[in-house]
Design a protein. Structure first.
Length: 426
């Protein structure tokens, strides 16, 4: 027996097939997949080009631990170019790439490299999520896993060492000008920490939008302010784009598109096209070279199958001109959704990452646990109508809508109709 996920409205669903933006359960019922593996399936299920690449590679060479192979070097170059821009002149990229297999491992590697360059503590956002390995759980808002960390003694062994500092993530949303009270308060906490600890702070790890912990968005202006501040103290910046990079926010690298350049970018999920786990850390050559040879290894990292699928995934993301279409269609989707659901719900987002925040319902006389109950019922209603959306947020009163980047317009419209029908039957 596997361990259950009884906190999830989708608990009990058993899926047996996926194609494009649709999943089928064991009884043959179809669902529009507006969760899409939290961005692991950004190109939809069973994309024909990804399947063809995987099949070819499987029959050629699937695995060879540690060794170099052409798909690995080709992928390292392509991933570096996502940050450097395509360099037609030479094969020498400005950045270097470290390939790994999961998101949490890649975050740990970025952390180690940052530490090798500048030892010290880590800064992170409240509500950030960087994985559930023992190290990444320590810099994540993992809620219930605090208890687990206590149990295994990790927290106890780290106690007193004050390994990291937590900066509040502003709750003002994507449209803010970056100068509101929330943004100022967040910057003030960061400045205060840096005034006292700049000498022994290594890096800040950021998500360009909070993913797993509730789909919260802040403006580019806020991020630029924060990154400028960190730089002025010599603190390195790690952008964890495992969930929000590679198209989710309408750009391949969300931080660069937003006008702030991190020292390290971490990618995962979507890089493997929903077929093979693969992740990457990208940073300047000089910084990346600081991690000594032989310091890291991982059995399945950068295997030929994963590299070949990742190469094809990047190529599809570029070829299908998805980025511009994701930004434009995402904005239109949110505009239409706003007009179709209760006025007490706030809709926010960027690209194809959209959230409905129900907390405003409690300001209208409902209690906040009512907002959570309504959110639960709404997700269950959508599921009944064949639409999968994700219940999220600390108080579980937010609904994240995460379609594949190539989801057809008709499916987007259908999702809006299903979501709005909840308010008609209520
Ligand atoms: C921003 C972010 N970082 C790290 C991770 C961890 O990735 P993985 O589950 O592949 O270890 C996730 C997973 O959801 C994530 O969203």
């Amino acid at each position: 027996m596997g361990a259950g996920r009884s906190h999830d409205p989708h608990a009990g669903l058993v899926f047996v097939r996926g194609c494009g933006g649709t999943l089928w359960d064991i009884d043959g019922k179809a669902y529009l997949d507006f969760i899409c593996g939290y961005s692991a399936v950004n190109l939809g299920h069973a994309h024909p080009r990804l399947l063809a690449a995987a099949r070819t590679q499987l029959s050629q060479l699937a695995f060879c631990t540690g060794a170099s192979h052409p798909w690995r070097s080709e992928l390292e170059k392509k991933v570096a170019q996502l940050v450097d821009g395509p360099s037609l002149e030479s094969n020498e990229t400005k950045s270097k790439v470290w390939l790994s297999s999961t998101g949490a491992r890649a975050v740990e590697i970025a952390w180690k490299i940052a530490f090798a360059n500048r030892p010290g503590k880590m800064m992170r956002f409240h509500l950030s999520y960087h994985g559930r390995s023992l190290a990444t759980a320590h810099i994540s808002d993992t809620g219930s896993s605090d208890a687990l960390r206590h149990q295994v003694g990790v927290k106890a062994s780290m106690e007193g060492q004050d390994l990291h500092c937590v900066i509040p993530f502003p709750m003002c949303g994507r449209q803010c000008d970056g100068k509101c009270e929330d943004c100022d308060a967040s910057i003030d906490v960061a400045r205060h920490w840096l005034d006292c600890h700049s000498e022994d702070t290594s890096a800040m790890i950021l998500e360009p939008a909070i993913g797993a912990r509730g789909y919260y968005f802040a403006s580019g202006a806020y991020f630029r302010r924060l990154v400028k501040l960190l730089r002025s103290y010599g603190v390195q910046v790690i952008s964890d784009e495992i969930q929000m990079g590679l198209g989710r926010l309408g750009s391949m690298i969300a931080s660069i598109d937003d006008g702030w350049k991190p020292d390290f970018v971490v990618l995962g999920k979507s890089l493997g096209g929903g077929i093979t786990p693969i992740s990457a850390v990208i940073g300047d050559r000089d910084r990346m070279d600081k991690l000594p040879q032989g310091f890291e290894s991982e059995t399945f990292a950068a295997n030929p199958l994963a590299c070949r699928v990742a190469l094809e995934a990047i190529s599809v993301l570029n070829d299908e001109s998805l980025m511009a279409s994701v930004s434009r269609r995402g904005n239109l989707f949110r505009e239409t959704l706003r007009g179709a659901i209760s006025a007490g719900c706030r809709v926010d987002g960027r690209g194809f990452a959209t959230v409905i925040d129900l907390s405003g319902l409690s300001n209208q006389g409902d209690r906040s646990d009512d907002a959570s109950r309504i959110a639960w019922d709404w997700v269950c209603h959508a599921q009944g109508q064949g639409l999968l959306v994700h219940l999220t947020g600390v108080e579980r009163n937010r609904i994240a809508i995460i379609p594949p980047l190539n989801m057809e317009d008709a499916a987007l419209q259908q999702a809006i109709e299903i979501l709005s029908s909840f308010w008609k039957v209520k």
